[in-house]
Design a protein around this ligand. Structure first.
Ligand SMILES: [Fe+2]
Length: 161
């Protein structure tokens, strides 16, 4: 299967537990949610951007990182730890649990660590992944757009690839 690691993560009990905890915590959230739809939007956009920008990628690594990149939101909401930091430890546990090879684990955690706009990015893939995360948000039809803390120049006000 092409997306072997991705599907092992999806079926992992701890991953499903964190995902449902996140779903409950964000049930009344008016701003963008961090759910499976967002994760798949990021994965698919990242693959499209890799093609457009001529960046090579392993799609299983990209999809796996997309599934895991925001799971640290639970700790961020509970104790204020930035989710790109908290998510690395949660991902490490899940990736060990699914017997992810060390090299793949390193790449996935590195994408989680660098996915926010301000984080330093080392590789082209990390830049693509961060851009995909940003572009995945449909600000142009968001009811909470006026209350959102994203600056006007950061908001996606037109549909782009
Ligand atoms: Fe995200």
């Amino acid at each position: 299967m092409e997306l072997e690691l991705t599907n092992r993560i999806l079926k992992n009990r701890e991953y499903q537990r964190v995902l449902s905890q996140l779903r409950e915590m964000e049930a009344d959230r008016v701003f963008c949610r961090h759910d499976i739809q967002h994760f798949l939007d990021v994965a698919r956009l990242a693959v499209i951007l890799c093609n457009d920008w001529g960046v090579s990628c392993d799609r299983d690594i990209v999809y796996a990182a997309a599934l895991l990149h925001d799971i640290g939101r639970v700790q961020e909401m509970q104790c204020g730890i930035p989710h790109d930091i908290a998510g690395q430890a949660v991902a490490d546990v899940i990736l060990s649990d699914i017997s992810c090879p060390d090299d793949a684990k390193k790449q996935i955690i590195s994408l989680i660590a660098s996915h926010r706009s301000a984080a330093p990015k080392k590789s082209q893939l990390e830049q693509v992944f961060c851009e995909a995360d940003k572009r995945s948000r449909s600000c142009y039809c968001c009811a909470a757009q006026a209350m959102c803390n994203w600056s006007e120049d950061k908001k996606n006000l037109d549909i782009e690839v």
